[in-house]
Design a protein around this ligand. Structure first.
Ligand SMILES: [Zn+2]
Length: 171
């Protein structure tokens, strides 16, 4: 496991991640959704939450994080969320990492990491999507991974699991 120089997760981080896990489980029960949950928090309160709705909406961009950002924008009447914290049960993909940069999210907290789950959840063979954030012009976006890692990883297919090719998201 890579060393993590960021401070340990706070009680608040854990509470919001638990809510994201609940949303992921709602997604698991919904036909056409995937068990990825996301909440966006500003000033200590949830302003938007979502689970993945790709196959509900037939919208390849309807990842939990993007859905939550859309709802936050609608709820607040703004297009950027400076200082917001985005909680996701799974390390955000490249699209959602980039969207977080455009949205000026201040902090990303995620549960399961790329190496904790099957490769079908990520688009790049070698590129870690967090590299987008590391390499961004912005240097005020912090990331904390591995919060409730075990519970979050349990929502997903495991590394090396024999998932039929037609069920794999990135093939
Ligand atoms: Zn995504």
């Amino acid at each position: 496991m890579p060393s993590d120089p960021t401070p340990p997760a706070s009680e608040q981080d854990i509470a919001f991640m638990r809510r994201a896990i609940e949303l992921a489980k709602q997604g698991e029960r919904a036909r056409g959704a995937s068990p990825i949950g996301c909440v966006i928090v500003m000033d200590g309160r949830i302003v938007a939450e979502a689970h993945n709705e790709v196959d509900i909406r037939h919208d390849p961009t309807a990842h939990a994080e993007v859905m939550a950002m859309r709802r936050a924008g609608e709820a607040l009447g703004v297009s950027q969320f400076p200082d917001a914290v985005l909680y996701s049960t799974l390390q955000p993909c490249g699209m959602c990492s980039m969207a977080s940069i455009w949205a000026k999210i201040g902090r990303i907290v995620y549960g399961a990491e790329r190496d904790d789950v099957h490769q079908m959840y990520f688009e790049g063979r070698h590129l870690d999507t967090m590299d987008f954030i590391t390499d961004a012009f912005r240097d005020d976006l912090s990331v904390k991974g591995g919060v409730l890692r075990r519970e979050c990883a349990g929502l997903y297919h495991q590394p090396g699991e024999d998932v039929p090719l037609e069920e794999q998201a990135n093939i």
